[in-house]
Design a protein around this ligand. Structure first.
Ligand SMILES: *Cc1c(COP(=O)(O)O)cnc(C)c1O
Length: 482
């Protein structure tokens, strides 16, 4: 966003775009919200959109498109093979990453499937700054082992460390020396580390990781799904990069990695994904799997319209005004909540505002899913849909015991260019109310529990009638207001 000072001294993020297409929203009554969350098995993934007022579930595939993106969709070249649309996308990726080869996929996790099938063998380890849900599932499905080497600050909920997504390079060195390079499938760095609050790595950290990879002949894979936020943070927080353009930073990052993959549901603000590399050997191996799982090599499961939108979206990602909107709205929300004493992840990251449920509802034990309970409670109090990112998003161990997550977060994603500041203020208001009434919130327990990625469609129930009591308190305090 542009550098604009307010005469009042107030610091608020200023949108550098105007809204030209709108969608009507519906705010159901608290009685309806109570019913809806029960019908959804207390899982916000299972709520119907018609019952949701502000949808902060995710930033995936729900970012607002620009007029240029929509215009590009009209000129999409529909053909099974060899479409001009594909060539435009391929060329755009060559331009911003300087990579020779591109494989299209239908979304981010499809890249993870293909990369894991080619590079992971049973017993091999993948050291990474931090895991993502689908990443871990694909690596373990192929018999691999995930090893997280995030820097210590990364797991501190509140911190002033600007690059909490950094890998601990000393730990990486020791790890490689201990296990030997032939036990390692590849090293993975995730931009805007999702599960710890959209936290960035620094360019310097990535360079240090690269040095370790070079020394031991290891492949470095970048998950660039949340690269846009990470680019903004490198530009604004890393002293050495102050004078570099977003394009220069992007090229530098790409030059340090062997394989780059991304979800275009986030990067590029449309729907799709892809893998970029300069490594011909890896490219040739992965290429065989694309027609098998995705579609022919010139669409990979994406519609040509979406591919045109991604091409333009990637170009717009190189514009600082464009990529700053999300982080600045998030910083506003984090600052306002902190002022009111609500525990949040700091410093503000990308992707969304993350509430620390471990502290917010410290009376709920981890086996009763504090972040999941908080997500259900916030929905009842506001019609706002967030996403649990804690123990519920983990998988049980083979012996049936829980893997307790390092953090219990309620993630309130802020899709790019979608919400206005008054909507953000409404969300803040209801969270503050809920925080004052937090002792009314109790835990959840599973009624139906899938074995894999249980958070997507598992069903839960409250451990008592606490949700009715919360709705009653809402009525008492807000009267007939929605
Ligand atoms: C969303 C995401 C993915 C998976 O992408 P999909 O398009 O949802 O399959 C992988 N890694 C990260 C960091 C993500 O945020």
């Amino acid at each position: 966003m542009a550098n604009v000072k307010f005469h009042s001294g107030e610091q608020i993020p200023l949108e550098m775009h105007k809204v030209r297409i709108v969608q009507k929203l519906n705010l159901p009554s608290v009685e309806r919200r109570l019913k809806a969350i029960t019908e959804a098995g207390n899982n916000t993934f299972l709520l119907k959109n018609r019952d949701v007022f502000i949808d902060m579930l995710t930033d995936s595939g729900v970012n607002a498109m620009s007029d240029r993106q929509q215009a590009a969709m009209f000129i999409a070249d529909d053909s099974y093979a060899g479409s001009e649309t594909f060539i435009r996308l391929e060329n755009k990726l060559k331009e911003i990453f300087d990579t020779e080869y591109f494989l299209p996929t239908h979304q981010g996790r499809a890249c993870e499937n293909i990369i894991s099938q080619i590079l992971v063998q049973p017993g091999l380890i993948v050291p990474m700054n931090y895991h993502f849900t689908t990443t871990k599932s694909h690596i373990t499905l192929n018999g691999g082992i995930v090893e997280e080497l995030i820097c210590d600050a990364g797991l501190e909920v509140t911190s002033s460390y600007p690059f909490k997504g950094n890998m601990d390079v000393i730990k990486l060195k020791a790890f490689v020396e201990k296990h030997g390079a032939d036990k390692i499938a590849f090293v993975r760095m995730e931009a805007g580390a999702n599960l710890i609050g959209g936290q960035p790595f620094s360019l310097n950290n990535l360079s240090e990781v690269r040095k370790v990879c070079d020394k031991h002949g290891l492949i470095l894979v970048l998950d660039a799904s949340l690269l846009a936020d990470n680019l903004y943070f490198i530009k604004t927080r890393e002293q050495e990069c102050k004078n570099m353009s977003i394009r220069e930073i992007t090229l530098k990052i790409a030059s340090l990695c062997d394989v780059i993959y991304f979800s275009a549901r986030k990067l590029g603000c449309a729907r799709g994904g892809g893998i970029c590399t300069n490594n011909k050997d890896i490219f040739v191996k992965m290429r065989e799997l694309i027609p098998l799982y995705e579609g022919f090599l010139t669409y990979g499961g994406m519609s040509v319209r979406e591919m045109e939108a991604i091409t333009v979206g990637l170009d717009e990602t190189m514009d600082e005004d464009f990529i700053s909107q999300g982080p600045q709205f998030i910083a506003f929300m984090v600052d306002e909540l902190m002022k009111k004493g609500v525990p949040v992840v700091t410093p503000a990251g990308g992707l969304g505002c993350h509430i620390n449920a471990m502290d917010f509802v410290s009376h709920i034990p981890q086996e009763q899913y504090p972040a999941g309970a908080l997500a259900a409670a916030l929905y009842i109090a506001s019609g706002v849909r967030g996403m649990e990112r804690g123990t519920l998003s983990e998988q049980r161990n083979p012996d049936g015991t829980e893997t307790f997550s390092n953090m219990e977060l309620l993630r309130l994603a802020i899709p790019r260019r979608v919400f206005t500041l008054s909507q953000i203020k409404y969300v803040i208001d209801r969270i503050v109310w809920l925080h004052k009434n937090r002792n009314l919130i109790e835990g959840l327990t599973f009624v139906e529990e899938p074995n894999i990625l249980r958070f997507f469609f598992g069903r839960l129930k409250p451990v008592s009638n606490w949700q009715e009591k919360l709705a009653e308190k809402f009525r008492k305090d807000f009267g007939d207001s929605l």
